[in-house]
Design a protein around this ligand. Structure first.
Ligand SMILES: [Zn+2]
Length: 652
């Protein structure tokens, strides 16, 4: 780890806007605990063992090593410093800002907003473990939808590979210079020009139209009598999430159908409708394949079409993804921020591209990420450029991408006629100043790097001064006015909340001592369970852990961190558990037997002290005769001496 890494991590002044808390409520947490316990069979342990937490977390965000741990940007708060820690040895994670933590199950549940059985099911599928049907094979709606979609993806893919129906589609793809390898890695398919092609195959496989409808694969007939296939006569692009699971489809019509003049031209592209699995505003095409390349390059290139994206991969520009018929928005940016420091949006050089650039700018100026805009030569789309001139030419365009403010300025200047009136010039200047003002308030609101932003602002102002001969001071004043006006307009909505490390229940030293032994010294569990009554611990957290440990010990004769996670699903509890586990591990050089010995000593000392307290209470509250009082006093002195001696540092 470099010292730069360390310093950026150690800066604990992480402040960023408050994120949505998605913790399950207390009732469902209880249900979850019983759920986790109810099939406390070997299957859960088998799935846990087959799942590596670094792998799982790493499939959602990029992690880098830091000492014993891996760290990454927390997906649950606006994280600019890596606050999420993953401990591969203990298979735990924890965000010290959100104060949440846990194991592989807790992570997936929170990440995908799943209940425990769904998380178990997904991790089992990921590990290739078949679960015995539990509770009559009942599974979640999302899981069923997932199965339906992957069934359909298989049908489409097989059709493209071999069916005579797909000859024209194969020809079209070959004409677009897509290689076999690209077609396979993208899982492309074909849906023949028929109304019930998929419905028929699904029915043979035991999938009814309702299942297909839920997954967005069929459409209800307007007369209410039955359904028809949504995708007909189209090349199919499976849309997969970052983990590679099919969540939707895009379909492109074949050129021949588009040229058919006997009927209205069909839409060139259609996508699945929004479902519980798919939302186009938070999905990027190709992220599952491009993820690693993006993390390696710390840069993501965003194009607008599936084929642009595939052509880029094929030309060796692996860090490319595509938006799905929508402008790049804040949720896309947040998704990419887990892997990349910079997003380069590649736009066509035409008017539509220009309009989209403005949409993107307005949405994204606020995002704390290095956003660049790359413009293609007029009349070219990325796919043309890639196939005609190759990956290097495309990279050159990407490398020449400009800062959004510069882009806005270029645009404003370009659009002015050669001898524009003063009014037109001032309007152009004003539009640039507006963009600067908006960006400046956004950076402030998000607690971004203001000095960095001021540099960009200076450059833009300097260019305006040169181009229009305006006064620097006047321009600056105007930016401030516009920013103030914008700020006032926004005063109604969410106040600029700052997120600090969550206030957490502080753990009394004795509680910590007991819990550390409980999680880190397996041989010590019996001693703790026998000798420490729950009342002996001062914190709500400590009592809860001890109760859970007692239950585990009664059931199995041992206490393990994973079992405690199962019984204590509360994310804050799990976070504290991870923290206690980490602090126990950090006490290097104390061997478990020594640790146990220390605990035993401490227990005895506490016993003696309690006794001494009891004695002195008797002395204070009861009226005793002189002899009894003398005897008690003697006892107190002896007890104090004993306690004193015990707390002395031991020698030899
Ligand atoms: Zn967090």
């Amino acid at each position: 780890m470099s010292s730069a890494d360390r310093s950026s991590f150690d800066t604990t002044a992480a402040v960023s806007p408050v994120g949505e808390r998605r913790g399950p409520d207390a009732v469902s947490r209880q249900a979850e605990a019983s759920d986790r316990m109810s099939h406390r069979d070997d299957q859960k342990e088998q799935v846990r063992e087959a799942t590596d937490i670094a792998d799982l977390v790493g499939s959602y965000l990029s992690l880098r090593r830091q000492g014993r741990n891996l760290v990454g940007l927390c997906p649950w708060h606006e994280d600019s410093r890596p606050s999420l820690q993953v401990n591969p040895q203990r298979q735990t994670f924890r965000c010290w800002v959100c104060n949440i933590g846990g194991d592989v199950f807790s992570f997936l549940m929170r990440m995908e907003r799943l209940e425990f059985p769904e998380a178990l099911e997904q991790l089992a599928a990921r590990a290739g473990i078949e679960l015995h049907s539990r509770r009559g094979g009942q599974s979640s709606e999302k899981a069923r939808m997932q199965r339906t979609l992957s069934f359909a993806a298989d049908c489409f893919r097989r059709c493209l590979e071999a069916s005579p129906d797909a000859a024209a589609a194969r020809e079209y793809l070959a004409g677009r210079d897509l290689s076999e390898e690209t077609i396979q890695s993208a899982g492309l398919g074909f849906a023949p020009e028929r109304w019930d092609w998929l419905i028929a195959q699904a029915s043979q496989a035991g999938l009814g139209p309702q299942e297909l409808l839920r997954a967005g694969l069929v459409v209800e007939r307007s007369d209410g009598r039955g359904h028809y296939d949504r995708f007909r006569g189209r090349v199919i692009f499976p849309i997969r999430d970052a983990m590679g699971r099919c969540i939707a489809f895009g379909g492109r019509v074949l050129p021949a159908a588009a040229a058919d003049t006997r009927r209205d031209p069909p839409a060139k592209y259609i996508n699945s409708p929004e479902t519980p699995l798919f939302s186009k505003s938070s999905t990027l095409y190709g992220l599952d394949v491009a993820r690693q390349a993006i993390a390696d390059a710390r840069q993501a290139i965003v194009v607008e079409g599936y084929t642009d994206c595939l052509a880029a991969w094929q030309a060796g520009v692996g860090e490319t993804v595509a938006v799905l018929g929508t402008a790049l928005g804040p949720r896309h940016a947040q998704l990419l921020r887990r892997y990349a420091d910079r997003i380069v949006v590649v736009l066509d050089g035409d008017t539509a591209g220009r309009r989209r650039a403005n949409e993107v700018l307005d949405l994204l100026l606020a995002e704390p990420i290095d956003l660049r805009i790359a413009r293609l030569p007029a009349g070219l789309d990325p796919c043309d450029l890639l196939t005609e001139q190759g990956g290097d030419a495309f990279r050159a365009v990407v490398d020449a991408a400009v800062d959004p403010l510069d882009y806005r300025l270029d645009e404003a200047v370009e659009q002015l006629p050669p001898n524009a009136s003063d009014t037109a010039c001032l309007a152009a200047v004003e539009s640039v100043l507006m963009a600067v003002a908006r960006a400046s308030s956004a950076v402030k609101r998000h607690g971004g790097d203001l000095s960095q932003f001021r540099l960009r602002e200076d450059q833009v102002v300097a260019r305006l001064v040169r181009r229009f001969g305006l006064d620097r001071g006047v321009l600056r004043a105007r930016i401030r006015d516009l920013a103030d006006a914008g700020g006032r307009n926004r005063a109604g909505d969410a106040a600029p909340q700052q997120r600090r490390p969550a206030a957490r229940e502080s753990l009394p030293p004795w509680d910590r001592e007991v819990l550390e032994v409980l999680v880190s010294v397996p041989e010590g569990a019996g001693l703790v369970i026998r000798e420490v009554p729950s009342d002996d611990l001062g914190s709500r957290f400590g009592k809860a852990v001890l109760e859970a440990a007692r239950q585990l010990f009664d059931e199995s004769g041992r206490v393990e961190l994973t079992g405690l996670f199962d019984l204590l699903p509360d994310p804050e509890m799990q976070s504290l558990l991870v923290e206690v586990d980490e602090s126990a591990a950090a006490r290097k050089g104390i061997a478990p037997p020594e640790r146990l010995q220390q605990l035993e000593d401490a227990l005895r000392l506490r016993g003696v002290r309690r006794e001494a307290e009891r004695t002195s209470r008797i002395l204070k509250t009861q009226s005793l005769d002189a002899d009894a009082e003398a005897a008690l006093l003697e006892q107190i002195v002896a007890q104090r001496r004993l306690a004193q001696g015990m707390s002395d540092p031991k020698e030899g």
